[in-house]
Design a binder for this molecule. Structure first.
Ligand SMILES: [Zn+2]
Length: 148
């Protein structure tokens, strides 16, 4: 059922739903490992680089990478506060997104920070990654929390 809010300009409200069928392909192990409580990255032994988000092939030498478990501990590289988001997270606003430097990883990882006090968040702050015990097989199954 479409609702009309105005005619000039024409603004309507109409239900909209899409069902996605999505393959994680070569990054499947990242998500299936989360259900085992493990945070996995990929590593190129040739270039000695570890990637998270995982990359099935090294962007430098194009060799296939291997899976390695990481601790999930790290520090905030930078952060921002969101006052608007996709529908799934509207109830949680405002919240913070952070790029984190994780131990043993050479790339930055973008994730959500869950904290009780957003005013204490700062660059360099220690964090630890947390994994949902009720996986939805999405990137929201993991997040960072302050490591106090
Ligand atoms: Zn490489």
């Amino acid at each position: 059922m479409t609702e009309v809010y105005s005619f000039d300009p024409l603004i309507i409200k109409t239900p909209y739903e899409i069902t996605y069928k999505h393959s994680y392909g070569k990054t499947t192990k990242f998500f299936t490992s989360l259900s085992d409580g493990k945070l996995m990255a990929t590593r190129c032994d040739h270039c000695k680089q570890t990637f998270l988000p995982p990359r099935s092939d090294c962007p430098y030498c194009l060799r296939e990478t291997k899976w390695v478990q990481i601790s999930g501990k790290g520090r905030i590289h930078t952060f921002t506060t969101l006052y608007f988001s996709g529908e799934k997270f509207l109830k949680d606003l405002p919240f913070q997104l952070v790029y984190v430097e994780l131990e043993g990883v050479d790339t930055l990882f973008l994730t959500r920070l869950k904290t009780k006090d957003m005013k204490k968040v700062k660059v360099g702050m220690k964090i630890k990654m947390k994994i949902s015990r009720d996986p939805e097989w999405r990137s929201s199954d993991i997040w960072a929390e302050p490591d106090e």
